[in-house]
Design a binder for this molecule. Structure first.
Ligand code: ADP
Ligand code: MG
Length: 282
């Protein structure tokens, strides 16, 4: 469509920067409006003076990866440029805000809503992992909701730690509460680290609190992660199905080789049993 084409050829020079949409450890993301046709975009602005050489390399890897991805649930890339003080990455704007804020607002998700959301996340991971790309920073801050009225239609953002996993990875990265045990143990690791983080996300969606927290310090949290030690507190989990709990347990396995791939996860009882329930009650 002409609309899609006008998007595809949008360049940073055509845009007027507007209000802040969000920020992370490395960047501020701002709304930007095409001066001519008023189309809206998000521009990830990275200040150069905070960057080491390795950060600049990582930024180029991030752009290289997002520019090659094309998936309805991955934030679309349009342009990358720089001036003396900043780098600018032009992206599709995702207007509903962070899943993080939505969980905080709602406290927790119903199983149906969580299932719909996690299905999309697994579909995206299946796509990425099929290209041997590890995201390495899956968390609710990096899952953006398409609109304020829909709680499960997400787009994956922030490929700042993403990398091609052609051979075992060693770099320590991610966010402490979501990081897989093999990374903390400084073992070579692979795509399975994303499946672990996915398990943490499903736990938070259904429980309303994280499986591993640092209220006793980050080292105590790491010890729990390394041991795969978490519990389903009855006060919060009594009404959650056995399938959901089994699904979380399968993802939060310390041995990465035992975790399901994204495709295998999509075949878990948590999804398939529900599909059968639907077809028999229709
Ligand atoms: P960082 O690498 O600094 O963490 P992110 O890419 O995660 O940067 O962006 C920081 C925040 O900006 C996100 O958590 C989100 O709130 C917001 N954001 C990022 N990309 C978009 C986008 N395409 N549309 C709307 N908001 C976005
Ligand atoms: Mg981020």
């Amino acid at each position: 469509t002409p609309y899609a084409d006008s998007h595809r050829y949008t360049r940073f020079e055509d845009l007027q920067l507007d209000k802040e949409l969000g920020h992370g450890a490395f960047s501020t993301v701002r709304l930007a409006i095409n001066r001519v046709n008023k189309d809206k975009f998000a521009v990830k602005v990275v200040h150069k003076n905070k960057l080491k050489k390795s950060d600049v390399d990582a930024l180029h890897v991030e752009v290289g990866i997002i520019s090659k991805l094309s998936h309805p649930h991955v934030v679309k890339y349009f342009d990358f440029t720089q001036d003396r003080s900043h780098y600018y990455i032009v992206l599709e704007v995702v207007a509903g805000g962070e899943l993080f804020d939505r969980i905080v607002q709602r406290v927790y998700y119903s199983e149906k809503e969580a299932r719909d959301l996690v299905w999309v996340l697994l579909d995206v991971l299946h796509h990425l992992h099929g290209k041997r790309i590890a995201h390495r920073d899956l968390k609710p801050e990096n899952l953006l909701l398409k609109s304020a009225h829909n709680d499960h239609d997400i787009k994956l953002a922030d490929f700042g730690f993403a990398t091609e996993a052609k051979k075992p990875l060693r770099e320590l990265c991610g966010t402490p509460a979501y990081v897989a045990p093999e990374i903390i143990k400084e073992k070579p690791y692979g795509l399975e680290v994303d499946m672990w983080s996915c398990g943490v996300i499903v736990f938070i969606l259904l429980g309303g609190y994280p499986p591993f927290d640092d209220s006793d310090g980050v080292n105590a949290m790491y010890a729990c992660i390394k041991a795969g030690k978490f519990t389903f507190d009855e006060r919060f989990w009594a009404n959650v199905s056995q399938e959901a709990k089994a699904f979380i347990k399968s993802l939060l396995q310390v041995d990465p080789s035992k975790r399901p791939s994204a495709a295998a996860a999509m075949n878990h009882d948590w999804f398939t049993k529900h599909a059968m329930e639907l077809s028999t009650t229709d």
